[in-house]
Design a protein around this ligand. Structure first.
Ligand SMILES: [Zn+2]
Length: 447
Protein backbone atom coordinates (compact mmCIF):
# COMPACT_ATOMS: atom_id res chain seq x y z
CA UNK A 1 0.00 0.00 0.00
CA UNK A 2 1.47 3.35 -0.99
CA UNK A 3 0.20 6.84 -0.34
CA UNK A 4 0.63 7.80 -3.99
CA UNK A 5 -2.05 8.96 -6.41
CA UNK A 6 -1.41 9.26 -10.15
CA UNK A 7 -3.64 11.48 -12.26
CA UNK A 8 -3.26 10.08 -15.80
CA UNK A 9 -3.57 11.74 -19.20
CA UNK A 10 -5.12 15.07 -18.32
CA UNK A 11 -4.63 18.45 -19.93
CA UNK A 12 -2.31 19.82 -17.23
CA UNK A 13 -2.05 23.54 -16.55
CA UNK A 14 0.73 23.80 -13.99
CA UNK A 15 0.78 27.62 -14.37
CA UNK A 16 4.45 27.29 -13.38
CA UNK A 17 6.36 28.98 -16.22
CA UNK A 18 9.45 26.82 -15.67
CA UNK A 19 7.48 23.61 -16.07
CA UNK A 20 4.94 24.78 -18.63
CA UNK A 21 1.51 23.42 -19.49
CA UNK A 22 0.76 20.12 -21.25
CA UNK A 23 -1.93 18.97 -23.66
CA UNK A 24 -1.44 15.56 -22.09
CA UNK A 25 0.50 14.71 -18.95
CA UNK A 26 0.31 13.05 -15.54
CA UNK A 27 0.48 14.42 -12.03
CA UNK A 28 1.91 12.25 -9.26
CA UNK A 29 0.87 13.00 -5.69
CA UNK A 30 2.64 11.52 -2.68
CA UNK A 31 0.96 12.13 0.67
CA UNK A 32 0.20 15.83 0.88
CA UNK A 33 2.57 16.93 -1.88
CA UNK A 34 3.03 17.01 -5.64
CA UNK A 35 5.91 14.66 -6.47
CA UNK A 36 6.11 15.01 -10.26
CA UNK A 37 4.41 16.48 -13.32
CA UNK A 38 5.32 15.05 -16.74
CA UNK A 39 3.96 12.90 -19.56
CA UNK A 40 3.99 9.10 -19.15
CA UNK A 41 4.72 8.84 -15.42
CA UNK A 42 4.50 5.47 -13.71
CA UNK A 43 4.28 4.75 -9.99
CA UNK A 44 4.04 1.23 -8.68
CA UNK A 45 1.12 0.68 -6.34
CA UNK A 46 -0.28 4.17 -6.85
CA UNK A 47 -4.00 4.77 -6.99
CA UNK A 48 -4.59 5.75 -10.63
CA UNK A 49 -7.25 8.31 -11.58
CA UNK A 50 -8.17 8.68 -15.24
CA UNK A 51 -8.00 12.39 -16.07
CA UNK A 52 -8.32 11.97 -19.83
CA UNK A 53 -11.45 14.15 -20.07
CA UNK A 54 -10.21 16.66 -17.55
CA UNK A 55 -8.16 19.80 -17.18
CA UNK A 56 -5.91 19.43 -14.13
CA UNK A 57 -4.88 22.74 -12.58
CA UNK A 58 -4.11 24.40 -9.23
CA UNK A 59 -7.17 25.00 -7.04
CA UNK A 60 -8.53 28.53 -7.05
CA UNK A 61 -7.60 30.92 -4.26
CA UNK A 62 -10.06 33.42 -2.76
CA UNK A 63 -8.28 36.18 -0.82
CA UNK A 64 -11.17 37.83 1.02
CA UNK A 65 -14.54 36.46 1.99
CA UNK A 66 -16.77 37.16 4.98
CA UNK A 67 -17.60 33.50 5.20
CA UNK A 68 -19.90 33.80 8.22
CA UNK A 69 -22.39 35.45 5.87
CA UNK A 70 -22.98 32.12 4.11
CA UNK A 71 -26.45 31.80 5.61
CA UNK A 72 -27.36 35.32 4.40
CA UNK A 73 -26.94 34.47 0.72
CA UNK A 74 -28.39 36.92 -1.81
CA UNK A 75 -30.05 38.92 0.94
CA UNK A 76 -28.44 42.24 -0.04
CA UNK A 77 -28.20 42.12 -3.83
CA UNK A 78 -30.31 45.25 -4.33
CA UNK A 79 -28.61 47.19 -1.54
CA UNK A 80 -25.73 49.65 -1.87
CA UNK A 81 -22.85 49.49 0.61
CA UNK A 82 -23.77 52.68 2.46
CA UNK A 83 -26.99 54.40 3.48
CA UNK A 84 -29.91 53.78 5.79
CA UNK A 85 -31.04 50.60 4.06
CA UNK A 86 -27.58 49.67 2.78
CA UNK A 87 -25.39 46.60 3.37
CA UNK A 88 -23.63 48.10 6.39
CA UNK A 89 -26.92 48.97 8.03
CA UNK A 90 -28.72 45.69 7.26
CA UNK A 91 -25.99 43.04 7.34
CA UNK A 92 -23.44 44.49 9.76
CA UNK A 93 -25.64 46.55 12.11
CA UNK A 94 -28.87 44.52 12.11
CA UNK A 95 -28.13 40.86 11.31
CA UNK A 96 -24.54 40.36 12.54
CA UNK A 97 -25.21 41.48 16.14
CA UNK A 98 -27.63 38.58 16.79
CA UNK A 99 -25.20 35.90 15.57
CA UNK A 100 -24.42 33.33 18.26
CA UNK A 101 -21.19 31.29 17.94
CA UNK A 102 -23.23 28.45 16.41
CA UNK A 103 -24.62 30.80 13.76
CA UNK A 104 -21.08 31.86 12.84
CA UNK A 105 -20.17 28.16 12.66
CA UNK A 106 -23.08 27.26 10.38
CA UNK A 107 -22.59 30.34 8.17
CA UNK A 108 -18.97 29.33 7.77
CA UNK A 109 -19.78 25.71 6.96
CA UNK A 110 -22.21 26.79 4.24
CA UNK A 111 -19.64 29.15 2.71
CA UNK A 112 -16.73 26.72 3.01
CA UNK A 113 -18.48 23.81 1.32
CA UNK A 114 -19.66 26.10 -1.45
CA UNK A 115 -16.08 27.25 -1.97
CA UNK A 116 -14.80 23.67 -2.18
CA UNK A 117 -17.65 22.73 -4.49
CA UNK A 118 -16.59 25.58 -6.81
CA UNK A 119 -12.95 24.43 -6.93
CA UNK A 120 -11.55 26.88 -4.39
CA UNK A 121 -8.88 25.11 -2.34
CA UNK A 122 -7.56 28.08 -0.36
CA UNK A 123 -9.67 30.84 1.13
CA UNK A 124 -9.05 33.80 3.40
CA UNK A 125 -11.81 34.06 5.94
CA UNK A 126 -12.24 37.80 6.65
CA UNK A 127 -13.99 37.01 9.89
CA UNK A 128 -15.35 40.20 11.45
CA UNK A 129 -18.02 38.35 13.44
CA UNK A 130 -15.87 38.03 16.58
CA UNK A 131 -18.31 39.29 19.20
CA UNK A 132 -17.04 36.85 21.86
CA UNK A 133 -14.09 34.54 22.41
CA UNK A 134 -16.41 31.60 21.58
CA UNK A 135 -17.15 32.98 18.12
CA UNK A 136 -13.46 32.48 17.34
CA UNK A 137 -13.55 28.84 18.49
CA UNK A 138 -16.69 28.21 16.43
CA UNK A 139 -15.11 29.59 13.26
CA UNK A 140 -11.90 27.60 13.71
CA UNK A 141 -14.00 24.46 14.20
CA UNK A 142 -15.80 25.05 10.90
CA UNK A 143 -12.54 25.74 9.06
CA UNK A 144 -11.01 22.54 10.45
CA UNK A 145 -14.08 20.44 9.69
CA UNK A 146 -14.28 21.53 6.05
CA UNK A 147 -10.79 20.32 5.14
CA UNK A 148 -10.04 23.44 3.08
CA UNK A 149 -6.76 25.37 3.29
CA UNK A 150 -7.63 28.64 4.95
CA UNK A 151 -6.26 31.81 6.39
CA UNK A 152 -8.30 32.69 9.46
CA UNK A 153 -8.20 36.49 9.38
CA UNK A 154 -9.46 37.53 12.79
CA UNK A 155 -11.69 40.59 12.40
CA UNK A 156 -13.12 43.03 14.91
CA UNK A 157 -16.91 43.47 14.92
CA UNK A 158 -17.96 46.43 12.81
CA UNK A 159 -21.19 47.20 14.71
CA UNK A 160 -19.77 47.93 18.16
CA UNK A 161 -16.67 48.98 20.01
CA UNK A 162 -14.26 46.07 20.48
CA UNK A 163 -14.60 44.18 23.76
CA UNK A 164 -12.04 45.19 26.42
CA UNK A 165 -10.62 41.66 26.14
CA UNK A 166 -10.58 41.55 22.33
CA UNK A 167 -6.80 41.72 21.90
CA UNK A 168 -6.37 39.07 24.59
CA UNK A 169 -8.74 36.81 22.61
CA UNK A 170 -6.65 37.43 19.50
CA UNK A 171 -3.47 36.38 21.33
CA UNK A 172 -5.22 33.36 22.88
CA UNK A 173 -6.59 32.11 19.59
CA UNK A 174 -3.27 32.63 17.80
CA UNK A 175 -1.54 30.61 20.52
CA UNK A 176 -4.17 27.88 20.86
CA UNK A 177 -4.69 27.08 17.18
CA UNK A 178 -1.88 28.60 15.14
CA UNK A 179 1.40 27.93 16.91
CA UNK A 180 2.49 25.85 13.90
CA UNK A 181 2.63 27.21 10.34
CA UNK A 182 2.90 23.67 9.02
CA UNK A 183 -0.85 23.07 8.91
CA UNK A 184 -3.87 23.77 6.71
CA UNK A 185 -4.91 26.81 8.73
CA UNK A 186 -2.82 29.94 9.15
CA UNK A 187 -3.54 33.11 11.08
CA UNK A 188 -3.92 36.72 9.97
CA UNK A 189 -5.35 39.87 11.48
CA UNK A 190 -8.22 41.74 9.78
CA UNK A 191 -8.36 45.16 11.43
CA UNK A 192 -11.20 47.50 10.48
CA UNK A 193 -8.51 49.86 9.23
CA UNK A 194 -7.85 53.61 9.22
CA UNK A 195 -10.94 54.46 7.16
CA UNK A 196 -13.17 53.05 9.94
CA UNK A 197 -11.20 53.48 13.18
CA UNK A 198 -8.89 56.23 14.38
CA UNK A 199 -5.30 56.21 13.21
CA UNK A 200 -4.20 55.34 16.78
CA UNK A 201 -6.40 52.22 16.85
CA UNK A 202 -5.20 51.22 13.40
CA UNK A 203 -1.56 51.59 14.47
CA UNK A 204 -2.18 49.45 17.58
CA UNK A 205 -3.81 46.76 15.41
CA UNK A 206 -0.84 46.75 13.03
CA UNK A 207 1.55 46.40 15.97
CA UNK A 208 -0.44 43.49 17.37
CA UNK A 209 -0.36 41.67 14.01
CA UNK A 210 3.39 42.09 13.76
CA UNK A 211 3.92 40.99 17.35
CA UNK A 212 2.08 37.77 16.42
CA UNK A 213 3.91 37.40 13.07
CA UNK A 214 0.50 37.45 11.37
CA UNK A 215 -0.27 38.88 7.96
CA UNK A 216 -2.67 41.84 7.78
CA UNK A 217 -5.70 42.17 5.49
CA UNK A 218 -7.55 45.46 5.44
CA UNK A 219 -10.31 47.20 3.47
CA UNK A 220 -9.03 50.48 2.05
CA UNK A 221 -10.06 52.84 -0.73
CA UNK A 222 -13.73 52.09 -0.15
CA UNK A 223 -16.12 54.68 -1.60
CA UNK A 224 -15.92 58.24 -0.25
CA UNK A 225 -14.03 57.13 2.88
CA UNK A 226 -11.22 55.94 0.63
CA UNK A 227 -10.58 59.45 -0.64
CA UNK A 228 -9.46 60.87 2.71
CA UNK A 229 -5.79 60.00 2.46
CA UNK A 230 -5.90 57.65 5.46
CA UNK A 231 -3.70 55.03 3.84
CA UNK A 232 -1.18 57.70 2.89
CA UNK A 233 -1.06 58.70 6.57
CA UNK A 234 -0.37 55.09 7.54
CA UNK A 235 2.33 54.96 4.87
CA UNK A 236 3.97 58.14 6.12
CA UNK A 237 4.10 56.55 9.59
CA UNK A 238 6.15 53.71 8.09
CA UNK A 239 3.45 51.08 8.68
CA UNK A 240 3.06 49.71 5.15
CA UNK A 241 5.03 46.50 4.60
CA UNK A 242 4.99 43.38 2.45
CA UNK A 243 2.91 41.49 5.01
CA UNK A 244 -0.31 43.29 4.09
CA UNK A 245 -3.11 42.69 1.59
CA UNK A 246 -5.19 45.74 0.68
CA UNK A 247 -8.78 44.90 -0.18
CA UNK A 248 -10.78 46.87 -2.81
CA UNK A 249 -8.52 49.97 -3.21
CA UNK A 250 -11.13 51.39 -5.59
CA UNK A 251 -10.80 55.05 -4.54
CA UNK A 252 -7.18 55.24 -3.39
CA UNK A 253 -5.02 58.01 -4.82
CA UNK A 254 -2.26 57.23 -7.29
CA UNK A 255 0.23 58.07 -4.52
CA UNK A 256 -1.35 55.46 -2.22
CA UNK A 257 -1.34 52.76 -4.90
CA UNK A 258 2.33 53.52 -5.48
CA UNK A 259 3.00 53.23 -1.71
CA UNK A 260 1.47 49.74 -1.75
CA UNK A 261 3.61 48.73 -4.71
CA UNK A 262 6.79 50.24 -3.26
CA UNK A 263 6.35 48.42 0.07
CA UNK A 264 5.62 45.01 -1.49
CA UNK A 265 1.93 44.90 -0.53
CA UNK A 266 -0.63 42.74 -2.29
CA UNK A 267 -4.09 43.59 -3.61
CA UNK A 268 -7.42 41.79 -3.40
CA UNK A 269 -10.21 42.98 -5.67
CA UNK A 270 -13.82 41.89 -5.59
CA UNK A 271 -14.78 43.45 -8.90
CA UNK A 272 -18.43 42.30 -9.10
CA UNK A 273 -19.38 43.49 -5.59
CA UNK A 274 -17.34 46.68 -5.98
CA UNK A 275 -19.32 47.48 -9.12
CA UNK A 276 -22.74 46.60 -7.68
CA UNK A 277 -22.36 48.12 -4.20
CA UNK A 278 -20.70 51.47 -4.88
CA UNK A 279 -17.12 50.96 -3.74
CA UNK A 280 -15.96 52.70 -6.94
CA UNK A 281 -14.91 51.30 -10.31
CA UNK A 282 -12.09 48.76 -9.79
CA UNK A 283 -8.97 50.57 -11.09
CA UNK A 284 -7.44 47.41 -12.52
CA UNK A 285 -5.23 49.24 -15.01
CA UNK A 286 -3.80 51.51 -12.30
CA UNK A 287 -2.73 48.40 -10.37
CA UNK A 288 -1.12 46.86 -13.44
CA UNK A 289 0.63 50.14 -14.32
CA UNK A 290 2.02 50.30 -10.76
CA UNK A 291 3.39 46.77 -11.11
CA UNK A 292 0.71 45.17 -8.93
CA UNK A 293 -1.01 42.01 -10.08
CA UNK A 294 -4.24 41.69 -8.13
CA UNK A 295 -5.69 38.64 -6.46
CA UNK A 296 -9.44 38.01 -6.62
CA UNK A 297 -12.10 37.64 -3.94
CA UNK A 298 -15.79 36.84 -3.64
CA UNK A 299 -16.22 39.20 -0.64
CA UNK A 300 -19.82 38.68 0.43
CA UNK A 301 -22.28 35.96 -0.51
CA UNK A 302 -25.04 38.34 0.60
CA UNK A 303 -24.39 39.83 -2.82
CA UNK A 304 -22.27 37.70 -5.09
CA UNK A 305 -22.00 34.14 -6.31
CA UNK A 306 -19.33 31.99 -4.75
CA UNK A 307 -16.99 31.09 -7.63
CA UNK A 308 -13.82 32.37 -9.26
CA UNK A 309 -15.09 31.90 -12.83
CA UNK A 310 -17.34 34.93 -12.28
CA UNK A 311 -14.44 36.87 -10.79
CA UNK A 312 -12.07 36.13 -13.68
CA UNK A 313 -14.62 37.05 -16.35
CA UNK A 314 -15.64 40.28 -14.63
CA UNK A 315 -12.06 41.49 -14.22
CA UNK A 316 -11.11 40.61 -17.78
CA UNK A 317 -14.26 42.19 -19.27
CA UNK A 318 -13.97 45.35 -17.19
CA UNK A 319 -10.31 45.96 -18.02
CA UNK A 320 -11.01 45.46 -21.71
CA UNK A 321 -14.12 47.62 -21.73
CA UNK A 322 -12.25 50.58 -20.21
CA UNK A 323 -9.62 50.34 -22.98
CA UNK A 324 -12.27 49.97 -25.69
CA UNK A 325 -14.08 53.06 -24.37
CA UNK A 326 -10.85 55.06 -24.62
CA UNK A 327 -10.34 53.77 -28.14
CA UNK A 328 -13.87 54.81 -29.12
CA UNK A 329 -13.15 58.27 -27.73
CA UNK A 330 -10.06 58.29 -29.95
CA UNK A 331 -7.73 58.61 -26.98
CA UNK A 332 -4.12 57.53 -27.33
CA UNK A 333 -1.75 55.68 -25.03
CA UNK A 334 -3.94 52.60 -24.78
CA UNK A 335 -2.88 49.88 -22.35
CA UNK A 336 -2.45 46.24 -23.32
CA UNK A 337 -5.44 43.98 -22.80
CA UNK A 338 -5.29 41.44 -20.02
CA UNK A 339 -5.24 37.89 -21.36
CA UNK A 340 -7.01 34.75 -20.20
CA UNK A 341 -3.63 33.63 -18.85
CA UNK A 342 -3.34 36.83 -16.78
CA UNK A 343 -6.64 36.36 -15.02
CA UNK A 344 -6.21 32.63 -14.39
CA UNK A 345 -2.96 33.63 -12.64
CA UNK A 346 -4.84 36.24 -10.59
CA UNK A 347 -7.23 33.48 -9.45
CA UNK A 348 -4.42 31.11 -8.44
CA UNK A 349 -0.81 32.36 -8.17
CA UNK A 350 -1.61 35.90 -7.06
CA UNK A 351 -4.15 34.56 -4.58
CA UNK A 352 -1.57 32.26 -3.03
CA UNK A 353 0.89 35.17 -2.86
CA UNK A 354 -1.63 37.49 -1.17
CA UNK A 355 -2.51 34.77 1.34
CA UNK A 356 1.17 34.26 2.18
CA UNK A 357 1.08 30.72 0.79
CA UNK A 358 2.91 30.89 -2.53
CA UNK A 359 5.49 28.40 -1.22
CA UNK A 360 2.66 25.88 -0.76
CA UNK A 361 -0.02 26.60 -3.36
CA UNK A 362 -0.91 28.49 -6.54
CA UNK A 363 0.94 26.34 -9.10
CA UNK A 364 1.36 22.62 -9.76
CA UNK A 365 5.03 22.57 -8.85
CA UNK A 366 6.70 19.45 -7.43
CA UNK A 367 7.33 20.02 -3.72
CA UNK A 368 4.24 22.18 -3.27
CA UNK A 369 1.10 20.94 -1.58
CA UNK A 370 -1.24 18.90 -3.77
CA UNK A 371 -4.06 21.48 -3.89
CA UNK A 372 -5.57 20.83 -7.28
CA UNK A 373 -8.78 20.51 -9.22
CA UNK A 374 -10.03 18.41 -12.10
CA UNK A 375 -12.35 20.21 -14.52
CA UNK A 376 -14.51 18.17 -16.88
CA UNK A 377 -14.00 18.83 -20.57
CA UNK A 378 -16.62 16.36 -21.83
CA UNK A 379 -19.58 18.54 -20.91
CA UNK A 380 -21.77 20.22 -23.53
CA UNK A 381 -20.84 23.70 -22.24
CA UNK A 382 -17.16 23.28 -23.10
CA UNK A 383 -16.46 20.62 -25.74
CA UNK A 384 -14.43 20.68 -27.92
CA UNK A 385 -11.63 22.29 -25.94
CA UNK A 386 -9.50 24.36 -28.32
CA UNK A 387 -7.62 26.54 -25.84
CA UNK A 388 -7.57 25.11 -22.30
CA UNK A 389 -6.69 28.38 -20.55
CA UNK A 390 -9.51 30.26 -22.26
CA UNK A 391 -11.82 27.30 -21.72
CA UNK A 392 -11.35 27.62 -17.95
CA UNK A 393 -11.44 31.41 -17.92
CA UNK A 394 -14.29 32.10 -20.30
CA UNK A 395 -16.17 28.86 -20.94
CA UNK A 396 -16.47 26.91 -17.71
CA UNK A 397 -18.55 27.25 -14.58
CA UNK A 398 -18.90 25.30 -11.36
CA UNK A 399 -20.69 22.45 -13.18
CA UNK A 400 -17.31 21.54 -14.66
CA UNK A 401 -15.65 21.04 -11.25
CA UNK A 402 -15.36 17.25 -11.00
CA UNK A 403 -12.72 16.77 -8.30
CA UNK A 404 -11.06 18.85 -5.63
CA UNK A 405 -7.95 17.86 -3.67
CA UNK A 406 -6.49 19.76 -0.72
CA UNK A 407 -3.08 18.62 0.53
CA UNK A 408 -3.51 15.42 -1.47
CA UNK A 409 -6.85 14.58 0.10
CA UNK A 410 -9.90 14.23 -2.15
CA UNK A 411 -12.72 16.46 -0.89
CA UNK A 412 -14.82 16.26 -4.07
CA UNK A 413 -14.91 13.41 -6.60
CA UNK A 414 -17.21 12.74 -9.51
CA UNK A 415 -18.93 16.09 -8.97
CA UNK A 416 -19.87 15.28 -5.36
CA UNK A 417 -18.51 16.66 -2.09
CA UNK A 418 -17.20 13.78 0.01
CA UNK A 419 -16.98 15.08 3.57
CA UNK A 420 -20.38 16.61 4.20
CA UNK A 421 -23.95 15.43 4.61
CA UNK A 422 -25.80 18.07 2.60
CA UNK A 423 -29.19 17.22 4.15
CA UNK A 424 -27.81 17.88 7.63
CA UNK A 425 -26.08 21.06 6.42
CA UNK A 426 -29.32 22.30 4.90
CA UNK A 427 -31.24 21.70 8.13
CA UNK A 428 -28.61 23.56 10.13
CA UNK A 429 -28.58 26.43 7.60
CA UNK A 430 -32.34 26.97 7.69
CA UNK A 431 -32.53 26.66 11.48
CA UNK A 432 -29.76 29.24 11.95
CA UNK A 433 -31.17 31.51 9.24
CA UNK A 434 -34.63 31.43 10.85
CA UNK A 435 -33.15 32.29 14.26
CA UNK A 436 -31.15 35.22 12.86
CA UNK A 437 -34.12 36.65 10.98
CA UNK A 438 -36.50 36.31 13.93
CA UNK A 439 -34.08 37.62 16.54
CA UNK A 440 -33.04 40.64 14.44
CA UNK A 441 -36.60 41.43 13.39
CA UNK A 442 -35.42 41.64 9.80
CA UNK A 443 -37.94 41.02 7.04
CA UNK A 444 -36.79 38.91 4.13
CA UNK A 445 -37.51 40.66 0.82
CA UNK A 446 -40.99 40.08 -0.61
CA UNK A 447 -41.19 38.22 -3.91
ZN1 LIG B 1 -14.95 42.82 2.50
Amino acid sequence: MTNKTLLKNGVVLTLDKKIGNFHQADVLIEGTKILAVAPNLTAEGAQVIDASDMIVMPGFVDTHRHIWEGTLRNIATDLPLEGEAGYRSVVLNTLAPVYRPEDAYVGNLVGLYSALDAGITTILDWSHIQATREHGDAIVKALQESGIRAVFAYGYPAWKEPDANQDMWVRDIAKQYFSSKDQLLTFALAPLGPEVTSLEVAKANWQLARELDARITVHVGVGAAGRQGKLAAMGKSGLLKDDTTYVHCTTLSDEEIKMIADTGGTISISAPTEMMMGHGLPPIQKFIDAGLRPSLSVDAETNMTNDMFTQMRTVNSLQKSVIFEKKLARKGGLAAFLSARDVIEFATIEGARANGLLNKAGTLTPGKQADLILLRTDRPNILPVNDPVSAVTWGMDTSNVDSVFVAGKALKRGGKLLNVDLDVLMQKAYASRDYIIEKSDFKLPAI
